[in-house]
Design a protein around this ligand. Sequence first.
Ligand code: SF4
Length: 360
Amino acid sequence: MFEKLKQKKQDFKKTANMVIDCQNGVVSSIFQQLPYAMVFKTTNWCWNNCAHCCESSGSLMPKKFIPESVINGYVDQAITDKKFSRQIVFTGGEITAAYKFAGRDYLSNIINHALNANCGVDIKTNAGWVNSPLATVVYSDLEDVVRKQSDESNADSIKNIIKFQVSLSLDRFHKDAMMRDFKFIEHFAHTNISGATFTVNVSSIKQDQNMFAELLNNLVDSGIRVEQLFMMDSDGNFVKNMYSLNGNIVISNSTGTLFNGGRAKDIDFAYKTPFPQFAFMAPDGVSLVAFDSLGNVTLGENSGQKISVPWSDGKNGDTLPLKTIHENLLGATKQAEQDFLNQHKKMNAYINWLRRHVVK
Ligand code: SF4
């Protein structure tokens, strides 16, 4: 009984805060002011069908990828925009399915194009292919990417950490995640690329954050030299734990919230976000503009009520200019704020009454 009342009180407070934010246009003005990162959800197809997939990706989804020319075209437009943070995420579904459905060089081409445009690149993979013949091809392509960015003249000194990251998942839902992540990391821990190294980030959900310590122990037990690095900000504050493996690769760990989008809606601890609010922001204060293979651009990746607009004109398949997409996203965000106020008419009226009579 008491718990129910407590929950009701929390829900009331949450809705009231969101109504105030919508009245003030907080979400749309944050989107307008913040720098943005671009996410390309290259496909919704995936070998896995994880129970917690926020994108509802899986083996029954279309075997369709965002064309390489579309991605490269948006990168070219974004780098002329001062608000672009020059951070790009390539994800899926499972992005390495591109070797099967989008062409042998799709993955290399989009990564190299973005790195050559001086952007930081993060690719997300479930590493489900580590025990398959595809592994040789993917490893070789990723090594080439790093080699191309390396400074060979620096070969004998400390390696340059390039702005390229591969993100792996480690949680209870990704099948065999511990084994897959270990194999991927082990390969690169034993691969010496002169003059350059890159980062592998292992991301967990809060509920499974202990799995990273187990992974580190497994790496140590296998004979890999693991050295802790400390990343500090400009004020000398400790910001991140990183580990150098055999001096060949750097790994880090991040822990995120599982949102209740897609199939994750059935997971009891998935966080419910009725309105995207700040969930469309990455922790480092950029908003996320996410393109998907179904032709939509969404503010944020996978949280709550989605604010989406198309990236194609829908008539002859031409892509819309990035500037137009931004204007349309802003318009859709303002509309979503208005819709939220309409859905919560009584709360809206009550807060307006308070504003008139109490807050002077
Ligand atoms: S969570 Fe990742 S690995 Fe699992 S179905 Fe979704 S895209 Fe595939």
